[in-house]
Design a protein around this ligand. Structure first.
Ligand SMILES: [Zn+2]
Length: 425
């Protein structure tokens, strides 16, 4: 088993609250004396959602992390590294910041073609509508498995280079039984977080027959896709699926053992958020237009609100107000929503910068949302944090602090990435 020590870390973000609150202990560290409190959010976030005192970002200075195999073995002060029989490979961070690998909990990266022309037209003043998905459907149906696979793997490389170590991938550009099954099968080759999104939009051949299309989605299509999927999703929005249709899709998926997540309130207010909460969805995604009732219901639920600021950037829509959500006690995640129509970025650092600049988040909150928040949105407790026993997925920034992710937008700050304990770049 390979052992690596990353030492001389100037700022380590663990996302683990103080061991004093009974969370996963950080070996040997005394976070009460080492916790960074210079971040303006520290006092506001000093009481976590579960009511524990302490810094939920779990920030340590002059720190070290020991990796054994694919897991984190120890975290603490660089001056207190335990003896390791057999030794270890030492990586000197030279004072740089280390954060958990990004968990991108929302992507659509199995598709054919692109929509650069549509983007250019939109930037010239045309309005975004959900129906643009259909042009990608035509290109995806016409692409071979090998073409889709090569494209998919290219996106994954692109994401890894930018520090993303876990990605959720949705179907939704097939919209017929055969192609949707191909998409979830291809996605399952590269991630366990596969989402069946046959209910992305009503395909052209079912125009004005949405209920009949839902029959297909929850029948033959679900039969073909459920074996390759963990999640069921629906685009609950004007121009896509109504609330009753969305309910049928989600309930059918749940009956097949899939867990629900929902696209809602992207283009306008609606009842999709309430439906997601009622059905126990892990996450409701977009949430640009939320009522006070939606926010209160989210805060009282275990459902994560996943903000997708790349969409607002690329569609010139107003950004969701993350400050309002966090202050109300909602758990907020950030994801890229990589897709050829409304958000063709795969960069979590870019989305963090947008979240800070446009959504009212502090950098610490945005990094938490892009790591631990994404893990919460996928109901995973083995990723999104740096703590003993968790997966050794880490990112070293070419910067002394995570603040640079928002402070230096567009700059390639990801210097090294470890996934499952392996230095992949
Ligand atoms: Zn999406």
């Amino acid at each position: 088993m390979s052992t690596t020590l990353i030492t001389n870390i100037g700022e380590l973000t663990t996302n683990v609250s103080s061991p004093l609150d009974g969370a996963v202990p950080i070996g040997g560290a005394r976070p009460d004396s080492r916790t960074v409190s210079g971040d303006s959010s520290a006092s506001r976030d000093s009481i976590s959602r579960s009511g524990h005192p302490g810094d939920r970002f779990g920030t340590l200075t002059d720190a070290a992390v020991l990796i054994e195999g694919d897991r984190i073995a120890w975290v603490g002060p660089a001056s207190e590294v335990p003896a390791v029989p057999g030794g270890y490979l030492e990586v000197d961070a030279e004072g740089r910041a280390v954060i958990p690998g990004f968990v991108d909990s929302h992507s659509h990266i199995v598709f054919g073609g692109d929509r650069a022309t549509e983007f250019e037209a939109r930037m010239a003043g045309e309005r975004y509508a959900a129906g643009g998905i259909r042009s990608t459907v035509a290109a995806t149906r016409g692409a071979s498995d090998d073409e889709l696979r090569a494209r998919l793997r290219g996106f994954l490389d692109e994401m890894l280079t930018q520090g993303t170590t876990t990605v959720e991938i949705k179907s939704g550009y097939g919209l017929d039984v055969e192609t949707e099954a191909r998409l979830v099968r291809l996605a399952a080759e590269v991630t366990p977080e596969v989402t069946f999104l046959g209910a992305h939009v009503v395909p052209a051949e079912y125009a004005d027959r949405g209920d009949e299309y839902v029959d297909l989605v929850i029948g033959e299509m679900l039969d073909a896709c459920a074996p390759h999927s963990r999640w069921i999703d629906v685009f609950c929005e004007t121009g896509a699926f109504t609330v009753p249709q969305s309910r049928r899709v989600l309930e059918a998926g749940i009956a097949r053992g899939l867990k629900p997540r929902v696209h809602a309130s992207q283009l306008g207010p609606g009842e999709g958020v309430q439906l997601a909460i009622e059905l126990g969805a892990a996450s409701v995604d977009h949430g640009t237009y939320l009522s006070d009732e939606d926010v209160a219901a989210l805060a009282a639920s275990d459902t994560v609100l996943t903000a997708l600021p790349g969409v607002e950037f690329s569609t010139r829509h107003p950004f969701p107000d993350a400050r309002r959500l966090i202050d109300a006690g909602v758990t907020v995640a950030i994801a890229c929503d990589t897709n050829p129509g409304s958000s063709f970025t795969s960069s979590m650092p870019f989305c963090i910068a947008l979240a800070v600049r446009e959504m009212g988040m502090t950098t610490a909150e945005a990094v938490w949302a892009a790591t631990a928040g994404g893990a919460a949105a996928l109901q995973r407790d083995d990723i999104g944090v740096i703590a003993p026993g968790r997966r050794a997925d880490l990112v070293m920034l070419d910067a002394p602090t995570r603040v640079h992710l928002a402070y230096r937008p567009g700059v390639p700050l990801v210097k090294k990435v470890w996934k499952d304990g392996v230095a992949v770049r």
